[in-house]
Design a protein around this ligand. Structure first.
Ligand SMILES: C[S@@+](CC[C@H](N)C(=O)[O-])C[C@H]1O[C@@H](n2cnc3c(N)ncnc32)[C@H](O)[C@@H]1O
Length: 260
């Protein structure tokens, strides 16, 4: 708890990122990942293995870009640093713990970006979406883009914020959370390099008898192509969120998103 408070005070974050709860969520994710290290490891190891395999098969390895890098538990950072000339980690929030861990990694740079491109719009400071990847999508040296468990996270903070700010919501398109997901997919499709997309797409709430109490489409109805593979990630095993409920996410991976 104290560590979380200290992290909240020490982590730089834009005002809208704080208002959307993304700093709080980034710190909570870090803590939850430590508590659930054992339950999450198979999911994280599989993500890392897929990304490492995709990277190893590329014809060129100049720049790798990881979107939604967070605490870098799903991303095989060492393997990327060993084989690429540059690695760019992009997230709305980079915790000081990560900065500390990376300070000697000369190949790694951190970019703080709102990958929905909507925060200035939500705040009433812009008339529409701002392109969050204009520079990187036009950078011909980007040979690999990884979107790692980010896609589902782009929609719900916006949905929650709109619910809490009905006056502002009335002036904005009503399907903004779904659009955030669709925009990210379109952003990925703009890269000339290879794109590896990994995302949780559905949440299931179950009791100890295995009865399903809720099922949530994390994609807000946005259609995705058939995935290459999928698995289950016990995001909140029994006792994490509630004593007698577990929350399990279905995760899908597209090794070469946008290419047949
Ligand atoms: C589930 S975590 C990803 C975990 C990470 N890939 C790893 O290797 O540990 C989702 C990440 O998406 C980031 N995120 C959420 N909304 C964002 C936004 N609008 N722009 C950029 N990053 C965002 C969060 O800060 C968080 O780090």
């Amino acid at each position: 708890m104290l560590a979380e408070l200290a992290l909240r005070a020490l982590t730089p974050a834009a005002p809208m990122a704080r208002k959307l709860g993304l700093l709080r969520e980034g710190i909570a994710l870090w803590s939850r990942g430590r508590r659930q290290r054992k339950a999450w490891e198979p999911h994280q190891a599989r993500c890392r293995a897929i990304i490492a395999e995709v990277a190893a098969a590329l014809p060129r390895r100049r720049k790798a870009v990881a979107l939604g890098s967070g605490p870098v538990r799903d991303i095989p950072l060492e393997a990327l640093c060993a084989s690429f000339e540059q690695v760019v980690l992009v997230d709305i929030v980079h915790l000081p713990l990560l900065r500390l861990k990376l300070w000697r990694q000369a190949k790694v740079s951190l970019l703080s970006r709102d990958l929905t491109g909507t925060m200035a719009w939500l705040a009433g400071e812009a008339d529409g979406r701002q392109d969050p990847l204009a520079d990187l999508a036009n950078d011909d040296s980007v040979d690999l883009v990884v979107s790692a468990n980010l896609l589902s996270q782009l929609a719900w903070p916006v949905a929650d914020w709109l619910e809490d700010n009905p006056a502002r919501a009335a002036a904005l398109p009503d399907n903004l959370p779904a659009r955030c997901i669709a925009w990210h997919l379109a952003d990925l499709a703009r890269f000339k390099g290879y794109v590896c997309l990994i995302s949780d797409v559905e949440m299931v709430e179950r009791d100890r008898a295995g009865t399903i109490h809720d099922r949530l489409d994390l994609m807000y109805g946005v259609e995705l192509p058939k995935e290459d593979e999928s698995w289950l990630w016990p995001v909140a095993p029994f006792g994490e969120a509630e004593r007698d409920r577990e929350y399990v996410h279905k995760v899908c991976a597209w090794r070469r998103f946008g290419r047949s």
